[in-house]
Design a protein around this ligand. Structure first.
Ligand code: SF4
Length: 341
């Protein structure tokens, strides 16, 4: 049975070929504009609602929903049809509402300081599984009289390693859910061919690169994919993306005590970021079981930020969102998911 948001418009037409043509628009609008379950589409005959409820099933079964930050952050844990679990985080700010979306169950990139990476790869998410995270979060936001405005593909997984499904989901978010491309950010650990493909797409989304080190020796250690796509190749792909898309580039930098938080690290980062006019987001790293390091203490975070500012770099220290939701799990998985725009 097709999953609800894996059905594209042509497939929906085929599914409704025994119905008047306007039913396709009604159902499509119900799913994407009004964010309804088939059973809630009361303009449809009851028999059709029942049929759609069984033929267009939801893919996300809510396991837990946990709120923090005075209700401003909601972390969802979903179970998929094959019992895999993924997370989505909804974050309300004064001026925007952001959803942080997962693109894979697990991740194959093997970054040693990341709980998702340590757990390994399970499978790619389908387009519908990615889109439905946004829809379900949007319903939750709507209940609080807010509207989702920003999407960051920065949850579990490496979006550009699941390129086709991720990009189809981005197009659905833009074309059907009505989100602006300038409010959608694709995050990557630095998959160079994926960045180059993105540069050829029609939608100019923002690009966020999880950098964490700006010399190859250290980055090889922290982010193993750097051995395949080293920093020179990565900066060339970023530059070409900026030229093609004229969008914002940001570098994410998880600050690890004594590893990548020194003056030399700041100088290397500044030298790397400056020609690309990249904005740097500093992420205070939570300790991770299985990785014998700890995050840079607050004073060190401030010093690193100040050094970058002196070196002419635009820098933000990400505010920890959801840090009281599940202090024992997560780590960069937690950080990756919750410390977003
Ligand atoms: S940091 Fe990101 S890319 Fe690296 S293992 Fe974790 S989820 Fe994957």
């Amino acid at each position: 049975m097709p999953a609800r948001y894996d059905v594209d418009r042509d497939a929906l037409e085929a599914l409704l070929d025994d119905q008047p043509a306007y039913r396709v628009r009604q159902v499509w609008d119900g799913l994407y504009k009004r964010l309804l379950e088939p059973a809630q589409m009361t303009e449809l005959p009851k028999s059709l609602r029942d049929r759609l409820s069984s033929e267009l099933q939801s893919t996300l079964d809510l396991v837990t929903e946990r709120t923090s930050d005075g209700g401003e952050t909601v972390k969802f844990l979903w179970r998929l049809h094959d019992d895999r679990t993924i997370e989505t985080v909804l974050m309300a700010y004064r001026d925007r509402v952001t959803v942080c979306v997962s693109s894979q169950a697990g991740c194959a990139m093997g970054c040693g300081f990341c709980a998702t990476g340590q757990a390994g790869f399970e499978r790619h998410l389908t387009t519908g599984e990615i889109v439905e995270q946004v829809v379900r979060s949007s319903v939750r936001a709507k209940d609080a009289n807010r509207r989702v405005s920003n999407i960051v593909l920065m949850g579990m997984g490496e979006p550009l390693a699941n390129y086709d499904n991720t990009w189809a989901a981005v197009e659905r978010m833009h074309d059907d859910l009505g989100l602006s491309a300038r409010h959608i950010t694709v995050s990557t650990i630095g998959i160079v061919p994926g960045i180059r493909r993105l540069a050829g797409e029609r939608l100019p989304v923002n690009l966020a690169v999880s950098l964490h080190a700006a010399n190859d020796d250290l980055r090889d250690e922290l982010v193993p994919i750097n051995k395949r796509y080293p920093l020179t190749a990565l900066s060339a792909a970023c530059r070409d993306y900026l030229t093609a898309k004229k969008r914002r580039l940001s570098f994410e930098w998880a600050l690890i005590d004594g590893v990548n938080d020194g003056r030399r690290d700041a100088a290397e980062l500044a030298a790397y970021a400056r020609p690309l006019r990249a904005h740097v987001n500093l992420i205070p790293l939570n300790p991770t079981p299985g990785w014998p390091t700890r995050g840079t203490p607050a004073a060190g975070v401030r010093a690193f930020r100040d050094r970058l500012t002196e070196l002419g770099i635009n820098v933000t220290v990400r505010r920890t969102r959801g840090s009281d939701i599940d202090a024992a799990c997560g780590q960069l998985r937690e950080t990756h998911v919750t410390l977003t725009n």
